[in-house]
Design a protein around this ligand. Structure first.
Ligand code: PMP
Length: 389
C-alpha cells in the first residue's frame, strides 16, 4: 500500500498525523509520572466522549472482541438469561461469547439489512428474567444502525442491563450513554476513536458495576476480570501507578491525543460531520445506481456504507479501486458475503475523502463495464456537500 492510498475500510481507518506521532514517542516506564498523568487524562476523556460522566472507564490492551468479552465475563453468570438483539455478524459473536460464559441466550433476529422491531424486543424483555440485553450499535457486516436509544430505554424499563457494542460507532454515531441509560458502551481504538488497533475501551454504569459486585461466582477469565482492572483504572485516574498487566504505553499516548482532538471538535459536531459525510456518500452511491444493504435510510449507519455489487460486477472491483488509490473492504455477512462491498467513513473523514472515494469507485465500476454518466457519482456527492455547508 502506498502512503498516499486512502484506507476507506470499516476499521482500521485513516489516522491523524498528530496521533501517529504520539504513537512514535519514546516509550516511558508505565509507572513514570508523565505516563501516569497521560493515562489519567485519557480515562477522564473516555467518559466525556461516551457522554457518561459517572461511568467507570476501562482501557485495556486488546481488540474490540476483548471489550465484548470484558462486558460478558463480568456481567453474566452461568445460567443467567441474555437477550441478543441480532443485526448480523458481530451480534452472532456476542451470542457465542454469552454462551461460552454459560448464559442462556435468546435472540431476536432479522433479515440482513433490517433491524428487529423495538416493540418485539420489548415483548421478549417483558417475557422474563433477563440479566442483560446486548445490541450492536452499528453492525459492521451489514452497515445497519440499530435504534439503540429506544432499545436501551426498553431494557431499562424492564430492569435489564443494556450492553451496547459501539466498536463501529463510538465517536461517530450519536450516543448519549448516561442520558439514555445504557449500562455498558464498549468499543475499540481503530475506528472513530482514531487510534491504531490494540485498545479495548468500555464505560460501565454504576448500576452495572454494582451488578458485577454482587456476583455469586468468580469471573471466569483473569485477564477480563473487572476485579483486576478496577484498582488500576482508579489508581491512574487518581495520579498513582498500579500494576496488573503492562499497559500499552504508546497506544495510550495516542489515545490521549485522539480523544483530545475529538473533544475539541465537540461530540455533537463530530456526530453531525459523520452524518454529513455519510449523506454525501449516499448521494454518490445513488447516482452510480448502487443499492445499499440496509433496507432504508433510518437503519443506515453513518460510519460505513454496505453496497451490493451492480449487475456484472464482483469482488475484482476492489482490486481496481485499490489501483485507483482507495482501499475498500469486501462483504462479511455469511449469507451475502460475495454480493456486496463496504466503504468505511469514520474518524478524520472529510469532503476530500468522499470525493476521492466516490471517484475511485466510479472508475473501478466503469472498468468492470458498469454504465453510469461519467462524473455522476462525484457530482451528486459534491452537490450534497455544498448543500450541507
Ligand atoms: N463489534 C463490531 C461492531 C465490530 O465492527 C468489530 C470489528 N470490526 C468487533 C466487534 C470486533 O472488534 P475487533 O476486530 O477489534 O476484535
Amino acid at each position: 500500500m502506498s502512503e498516499r492510498d486512502l484506507l476507506m475500510i470499516p476499521g482500521p481507518v485513516e489516522f491523524d498525523p498528530e496521533v501517529m506521532r504520539a504513537l512514535g514517542t519514546k516509550t516511558a516506564s508505565h509507572v513514570a509520572p508523565e505516563f501516569i498523568s497521560i493515562f489519567g487524562r485519557a480515562l477522564k476523556k473516555v467518559r466525556e466522549v461516551c457522554l457518561a460522566p459517572s461511568a467507570q472507564p476501562f482501557v485495556v490492551a486488546g481488540s474490540g472482541t476483548l471489550a465484548m468479552e470484558l462486558a460478558v465475563a463480568n456481567l453474566v453468570e452461568p445460567g443467567e438469561r441474555a437477550l441478543v438483539v441480532n443485526t448480523g455478524y458481530f451480534s452472532d459473536r456476542m451470542a457465542l461469547l454469552l454462551e461460552r460464559y454459560g448464559a442462556e441466550v435468546v435472540q431476536e433476529k432479522c433479515a440482513p439489512g433490517e433491524v428487529p422491531e423495538v416493540a418485539a424486543v420489548e415483548r421478549v424483555l417483558a417475557s422474563g428474567r433477563f440479566k442483560v440485553m446486548t445490541v450492536t450499535h452499528v453492525d459492521t457486516s451489514t452497515g445497519v444502525l440499530a435504534p439503540v436509544e429506544a432499545l436501551v430505554k426498553a431494557a431499562g424499563r424492564h430492569g435489564v442491563l443494556s450492553v451496547v457494542d459501539g466498536v463501529c460507532a463510538t465517536a461517530g454515531e450519536t450516543f448519549h450513554q448516561e442520558a439514555w441509560g445504557a449500562d455498558v458502551y464498549l468499543t475499540a481504538s481503530q475506528k472513530a476513536i482514531g487510534v491504531p488497533p490494540g485498545l479495548a475501551l468500555l464505560t460501565v454504569s454504576q448500576k452495572a458495576m454494582n451488578a458485577w459486585r454482587s456476583r455469586k461466582t468468580p469471573v471466569r477469565s483473569l485477564y477480563a476480570d473487572f476485579g483486576e482492572w478496577l484498582p488500576i483504572m482508579e489508581a491512574y485516574e487518581a495520579g498513582r501507578a498500579a500494576y496488573f498487566a503492562t499497559p500499552p504505553v504508546n497506544l495510550v499516548y495516542a489515545l490521549e491525543v485522539s480523544l483530545g482532538q475529538i473533544l475539541r471538535e465537540g461530540m455533537e459536531a463530530r456526530f453531525a460531520r459523520h452524518r454529513r459525510m455519510a449523506q454525501a456518500f449516499r448521494a454518490g452511491w445513488r447516482a452510480l445506481g448502487l443499492k445499499t444493504l440496509p433496507v432504508n435510510e433510518a437503519v443506515t449507519a453513518n460510519t460505513l456504507s454496505a453496497l451490493y455489487y451492480p449487475e456484472g460486477v464482483d469482488v475484482a472491483m476492489l482490486g481496481r479501486a485499490r489501483e485507483q488509490g482507495v482501499v475498500l473492504a469486501g462483504g462479511l455477512h455469511p449469507q451475502l458475503k460475495t454480493r456486496y462491498f463496504r466503504v468505511g467513513h469514520m474518524n478524520v473523514v472529510g469532503p476530500g475523502d468522499v470525493l476521492a472515494t466516490v471517484g475511485a469507485v466510479e472508475r473501478a465500476l466503469a472498468a468492470a463495464g458498469h454504465k453510469a454518466q461519467p462524473g455522476a457519482g462525484v457530482a451528486a456527492a459534491q452537490t450534497e456537500l455544498l448543500a450541507a455547508r
